[in-house]
Structure formats: C-alpha cells, structure tokens
Design a protein around this ligand. Sequence first.
Ligand code: SAM
Length: 234
Amino acid sequence: MPDAAMVQQMFARVADRYDRANKVLSLGTDRRWRNAVAAVAGLSAGERVLDVCAGTGDLTLALARRGAAAVGADFCAPMLVHARRKGAAVDAASRPRAWLAADALALPFDDASFDLATVAFGIRNVADPVAGLREMARVVRPGGRVVVLEFCKPRVPLLRTIYFCYFRHVLPRLGRWITSDKGGAYSYLPASVMGFPEREAFLDLMRQAGLVQPRARYLSLGIAAVYRAERTTG
Ligand SMILES: C[S@@+](CC[C@H](N)C(=O)[O-])C[C@H]1O[C@@H](n2cnc3c(N)ncnc32)[C@H](O)[C@@H]1O
C-alpha cells in the first residue's frame, strides 16, 4: 500500500519534468488515452467534472476543452503549479474552473456536487483505492459516473514480454535520466503497476466502493484501461 507522504514527496521531486517524462515514456500515447476518458464517460458540454489526482492537469484540461465545467484536485502543490500555468495559457472558454489542493481520500465537496469524477494514473497511488473510489462516488450525483484511467498489463504473449521488459528495465532508467530523479520515482512506477488490481479485479474494487454497472475499455492492446461505473440512483 503506497504511503501518502512518500507519494507526495515523490511527485514534488519530479513535478518540473513530469510532462516531458510522460510524453517520452508513453511514446506519445498518453494524450490519446486521456482523450478516451471523455469518450467512455459520455461527457456532455456543461457537465460538472471533478478530476482527482489531477497532477499537472492534462486530463482536467482535456475535459475542459470539451466544454466541461472541470475542477482539478491534487495533494501535491508543485504538480498543481504546472496545472495552473497550463490552465492560464488556454482561452477562457476552455479553461478549467478551478485547481485545488485536496486529498482524494477527503474531498472538500458536498455529496452529489458533480456529474462525473475522473482519475488518470492516480488511483493506484492512493493509500486506500477503494476509499478513494468511494469518495469519488460520494461527490457525484445519483446516476453520475466515476471514470478511471490506469495502466494495465497486455495479454498477447509477445507484447506482454516486450511490455514487461520495457517497464522493468527501460522505463526506470529513461525516467531517471529525463527527470534527474535519484529517489526512485521511476522504479516505483513499474512496481506500483505490477502489484495493482486490473481488469475484473479492478471492477471488483469499484463494486466494493458501492458503484454499479462497472465496465472496462482496453486501450493500445491492453496497455491501459478506462474503467467506468455509476453511482446508484436509489
Ligand atoms: C501519476 S500522477 C497522474 C497525474 C495526472 N492525472 C496525469 O494523468 O498525468 C499521480 C498524481 O496523483 C496524486 N495523488 C496521489 N495520491 C493522492 C491523494 N491521496 N490525493 C490527491 N492526489 C494524490 C499525485 O500527487 C500525482 O500528482
């Protein structure tokens, strides 16, 4: 189980180079994956969206660009510095409504404040993922959606071998080199992905959080997944 203070410090250390590392390490696919979140969520313009673990804000910005009234929240201030800077650079119509420092386990919002809650590559870093999902469910209205983008392990044998090799051996070295991080952030990344529930096991976490109708869409031959579930209307 990840330690919150360790996670916070780790992202603070890599914040300045996080975006660059993301682009290189995901071979440019991260943007396409974040765009898939809006499609799976069935986002409509004007919907109120909370993006938790927003980091440097790329998913929040993508949702706001599609007309959502988006709010980005993260507990790591240095990551939010970049989110705010990027938000300020886009035109007012597609700018997120707010960025705020908040813990995914104690969101500072009333019940049913949003139509949709999202999280991209964040839930596996939250100390208690089910509690995090439950908190996201709490802040969406009955019938509202919770949508999660996470890494997944591909099932096609050859791709699986290449993926494991890249993830275990290439990515930590490349990540260290791009970010100059000596603290192991890019060794933590593959370790956290390898041990995290995926596919049906993740859908079970959504059920444990009280969400209904969980389903998954797999991206890039199963390297990533978008999970979607709903808050009960009853
Ligand atoms: C891998 S980054 C993902 C950032 C962004 N969503 C993206 O797609 O690039 C994970 C983020 O989750 C944040 N995070 C982890 N645990 C958190 C928690 N309990 N509350 C709020 N943010 C958290 C970290 O600070 C970090 O910015």
